[in-house]
Design a protein around this ligand. Structure first.
Ligand code: MLT
Ligand code: ZN
Length: 454
């Protein structure tokens, strides 16, 4: 029997897709940077079916790429050629919300926004949030240890995962969903699988931590003369505002690009070097506290030159749009080199100043758009108009390593950065990671070519 026939018997023929007009959307990432033909796309409905798929693929010696919402940015969720794509779209069950523990178990294919909508009516919220919320899935968030816009208050995905269910390459299930608050028996496999980018197991369900819903929000956009001033403003705001949960940075050229793409008017008069979007959330309206803190900070930080406050839900949403539309606006212009890096705060001003010239060393005339999550020193480096993507990646990542930064802050290594893994991990660390991979997936069935260089 062919693999396709075996798979059809295990999960139902209509969930084994071979029609190229249907498989096409699973074969290219949404930035159009990574693409490859899938042997077929399978859509198992539960952990048991995922186990059957992996058992069969292992037996036939065919590799598997797991795909959630296909919003990944490092090519870890699309095939390179000949793999089975395992879509988590039917793993979409949302369990009952446990308000006592503040936890819920959801299928790996549940989108971030579906989770938010399920828990918010119960007075609870989820700690990770970012612009791709309508497509990105919880399984994908776990696999990449996603970060996003609320890390300052809630941490990354790793801090939200209290348990999970997953299937190893040979089809064996691992179930750690009970999630007792105290549980110290042996290795932390849940922690190991979080951030493993589909290379060690297929995550099928996740038990996540929930937080009290803060229904009242205040947003302000700060204009600054420099990124050091943005850092000074953030350092002054943090001790004054316990309800602060977002501090997002963008620059003048990114704002201009977003305004051209969205048709939004300028948020304030004049051109400024840097913009810092801050948001507070609380049980009661944090507006007055935020205004008072901003007032104090503007006398302390001379480089803070203007402030616009979002008075109502509509103006708050449009202030967020200036930041969140960066990704779409960049994509609308062309296929960017997208590099997600973290830089120590004391090197950030320098990096923001030097990065365009660093990219231009191999891509003269290219346009470098920088934005990111200021509190974590997490910059998204987007280079448009470069023909040599490999060359740009090489100079930028080497430069970041020279500043003692990380080559991957929140998007993962994927296929995009394998060659540069040793810039952020020692030989001993890479050897230990390879041993774990070899022990759990000796046949190299799960996402071969991701994280490790060949
Ligand atoms: C973001 O912060 O908007 C995301 O990481 C997406 C991106 O880097 O384009
Ligand atoms: Zn980001």
């Amino acid at each position: 029997m062919t693999l396709e026939a075996d798979l059809g018997e295990a999960i139902g023929g209509r969930h084994v897709i071979v029609d190229p007009s249907v498989t096409a959307s699973y074969e290219t990432d949404w930035t159009r940077r990574f693409a490859g033909r899938a042997r077929c796309v399978v859509r198992p409905v539960d952990t048991q079916e995922v186990g059957s798929v992996l058992q069969l693929c292992s037996r036939h010696g065919v590799a598997v790429v797991t795909q959630g919402g296909n919003t990944g940015l490092v090519g870890g969720g699309v095939p390179t050629g000949g793999e089975v794509v395992l879509s988590t779209s039917r793993l979409s069950h949302i369990g009952p919300v446990d308000t006592l523990t503040g936890q819920v178990t959801v299928g790996a294919g549940v989108t971030l926004s579906a989770l938010q909508q399920a828990v918010r009516p119960m007075g609870l919220d989820f700690g990770v949030d970012f612009a791709a919320r309508d497509s990105a899935t919880i399984g994908g968030l776990v696999s990449t240890n996603a970060g996003g816009e609320r890390v300052m208050r809630y941490g990354t995905m790793r801090q939200q995962v209290v348990g999970l269910e997953a299937v190893l390459a040979d089809g064996s299930p691992l179930s750690r969903l009970e999630a007792l608050p105290k549980e110290n028996t042996g290795y932390d496999l849940v922690g190991l699988l979080t951030g493993s980018e589909g290379t060690l197991a297929v995550v099928t369900a996740v038990r996540v931590r929930l937080w009290p819903l803060f229904a009242h929000r205040s947003v302000a956009l700060l204009a600054l003369e420099s990124t050091s001033a943005a850092l000074e403003a953030l350092a002054a705001l943090k001790p004054r505002l316990g309800s602060l949960e977002a501090a997002e940075l963008f620059l003048a050229d990114g704002l201009a690009l977003v305004m051209g793409y969205t048709g939004l008017p300028a948020p304030m008069a004049g051109d400024h070097c840097a913009y810092l979007l801050v948001e507070c959330a609380d049980r009661v309206d944090p507006g007055d506290a935020m205004l008072q803190a901003l007032d104090e900070v503007s006398t302390l930080v001379p480089g803070l030159v203007d402030i616009v406050v979002g008075e109502d839900a509509r103006s708050r949403a449009s202030l967020w749009r200036y930041r969140e539309a960066h990704t779409e606006a960049i994509n609308a212009i062309g296929v960017p080199v997208k590099l997600d890096v973290a830089i120590p705060h004391d090197q950030l001003e320098r990096a923001l100043r030097e990065l365009p010239a660093i990219a231009a060393q191999v891509a003269p005339g290219a346009r470098t758009i920088l934005f990111g999550h200021l509190n974590e020193g997490n910059l998204h480096v987007n280079v448009l108009g470069a023909s040599d993507h490999h060359g740009v990646t090489d100079v930028v990542l080497r430069y970041i390593a020279s500043l003692h930064g990380s080559i991957s802050a929140e998007h993962g290594v994927g296929r995009a950065k394998t060659e540069w893994l040793s810039l952020s991990r020692s030989g001993a660390e890479i050897a230990a990671m390879r041993s774990i991979k070899a022990a759990l997936d000796p046949g190299q069935v799960l996402n071969p070519g991701v994280i490790f260089p060949d």
